[in-house]
Design a protein around this ligand. Sequence first.
Ligand code: NAG
Ligand code: NAG
Ligand code: NAG
Ligand code: CU
Length: 712
Amino acid sequence: MEKSSILRFTFIFAIICFIFVRSVYPSSKSEFLASSPCFPRCTSKNRIHKFTDHRHTTPLHPLDPLTVQEINKVRAILSSYAPFASSFATIHSLSLDEPDKTQALAWSKGDPLPPRKAFAIVSLNAQSHMLTVDLNLGQVIHHTIHSGSGYPPLTMDDQSAALQVTLADADFQKSITERGVKLSDVTCVTLAAGWYGPDEENRRVIKVQCFSSEGTPNFYTRPIAGLTVTVDLDQKKIVKISNTGRGIPIAKRSDTDYRYTTQVKSPEMKPLKPISIEQPEGPSFVVEDGHMVKWANWVFHLKADQRAGMVISRAMVQDSESGELRSVMYKGFCSELFVPYMDPDEHWYFKTYLDGGEYGLGATSLSLVPLNDCPRHSYYMDGIFVAADGKPFVQPNVICLFESYSGDISWRHSNRQINGSEIREARPKVTLVARMTASVGNYDYIFDWEFQTDGLIRIKVGLSGILLLKGTPHENIHQGFDDDISGGPLVSENVIGVVHDHFITFHLDMDIDGVNNSFVEVNLEKQRTSKGQSPRKSYLKAKRHIAKTEKDAQIKLNLYHPSEFHVINPSSRSRLGNPAGYKLVPGATAASLLDHDDPPQIRGAFTNNQIWTTLYNRSEQWAGGLFAYQSKGDDTLAVWSERNRPIENKDVVLWYTIGFHHIPCQEDFPVMPTVSSSFDLKPVNFFQSNPILRAAPNFQEDLPVCHPTTSR
Ligand SMILES: *[C@@H]1O[C@H](CO)[C@@H](O)[C@H](O)[C@H]1NC(C)=O
Ligand SMILES: *[C@@H]1O[C@H](CO)[C@@H](O)[C@H](O)[C@H]1NC(C)=O
Ligand SMILES: *[C@@H]1O[C@H](CO)[C@@H](O)[C@H](O)[C@H]1NC(C)=O
Ligand SMILES: [Cu+2]
């Protein structure tokens, strides 16, 4: 067919199609298009699975989270448990007590599950009880009372009780109305108190600060400055009201609303045309049994966790030669998130959050927004969490899983041959992303675990949301505004963006080809040539150093002492004899500069180094301590590492912290554009050669022009 006839044919075809569309539309446009004979290969969907009815799910894998039925059973067991029978006990945490690693590793599909157990932290009469409940036996099998410092994560009830006593207090009400703010316009937030010495010890306290939400949902931009209420959480009583900010005006409300529906000005730029990636045959991953993800050469277990947010377990990659599944990581998750603000002011000094252990990264996650938080063809997973009364609740669509193609190249080479012909080989880079977000009050964290076919895992954290702002009388920097005493730059009239840090610490239980691994620092050391040896005077040499004990593996990054950081299995060797390994490749990051004797840094001591390697211990999961709230830092990663246990050829856990120094600016107002950073876990001598050598390129005929449809 010549060109003109193709065009004519297409035109006629389009008309037939149009008539057909018209006759069926609008009863069900999406269904029609998906099954239309005009576009037989188009199956674009905005979500690729049906909603799950959690009332009837049963666990199918040893690491599957507690189901709704199991949580109800634990609640029944605990409510008839003698020590809690007479008074009201509050559930602060209730999750799967994972089976021992040996049991989980020995299990394979079809085997009976190891005994299902739950671990609960329950508070009663100002004491924290730790209980293990055996679901098969139907009873509590272990019960201890926490004796160290710190308290369990806050519950929603804790926070609403603190707000209630504050809002009902006459002195508090007066301090609001004397500022000319109506009580009905006040929105308050509950801020973890940190730990600052004996004054606040031996009782659970929280700080309440307030904002004016008059005329804007973005109340964070309108702080009621210099007003802090300290509340005793167990007594449900106000301990102290500090009201020093009477003269500070409340910032304007105009231009603070970030909702699309309320924008009145025209867009800043020419709008973009609709965009999404086409997957004419649907995505390439599957989720089996609710939690097992299989994609390309990867298999892993994925779940939502009330404290950690998202947990990746038993990550295994297929060997490119033998096809066997090889272990890479037993478990990986965000263990703690430390956010110290840099202002010694009475109303600011305590803002030194441990968001994971104080609030919970899963507990603060809301449903993702399809097509915007996650692209078309995403698979959404729900979180099954537990309320303070022990009742299960479903947080829908908190994790999404999707294939990503940003137009990057996974490898290429072009070559001009001697005889003038060319070789041009390139492969598109497609990855699999598991994503979860946490909205810890004003801030949003976006956690991505991105899997590549070449064996690399990229762990990325994005920061967005609203700044925590400090009220000031200044409207601009010309009226004697002093950066040195303000806490940070002015980001809008009457509000300062206080300088702060974010440290996100990951627990990475690497199991390269098995549990017994070693941590190796490959140091690049400068050498001098001897006289007359070479025209060169200096060069670099890679020297391997195997860490013998935990202190050997406490690493501070330094551009002038560069190293690679490998986790290897000394008994798993390549055909050349190199040990199989993965290296941790840091990205842009920041270190904590606070003094080690500063109370927040004592609690955040897990950020004293960027990398640590510890001996595996199932009780050492939370870098800031299991009881992080008001802790004194007696159960941190830094304390465990000081034990200096031998770690060579042992089951080890790698820890890495991504850091950000954040000096706010006007663009961060009224909502911050996402800032992100990442690190990689990258195979080193794990594969015999490039594992994606035989990957296929894209061919034009595999990519028909698609007319995507919308569906849920
Ligand atoms: C040039 O050499 C390549 C092999 O290197 C061969 O495939 C190709 O046909 C040759 N081209 C010409 C024009 O001779
Ligand atoms: C790991 O090493 C320990 C000795 O440290 C040994 O007892 C154990 O059998 C090893 N495990 C495996 C799976 O090789
Ligand atoms: C395991 O961790 C707990 C909590 O840090 C600690 O009490 C215990 O001694 C550790 N066990 C070993 C063998 O290090
Ligand atoms: Cu920030």
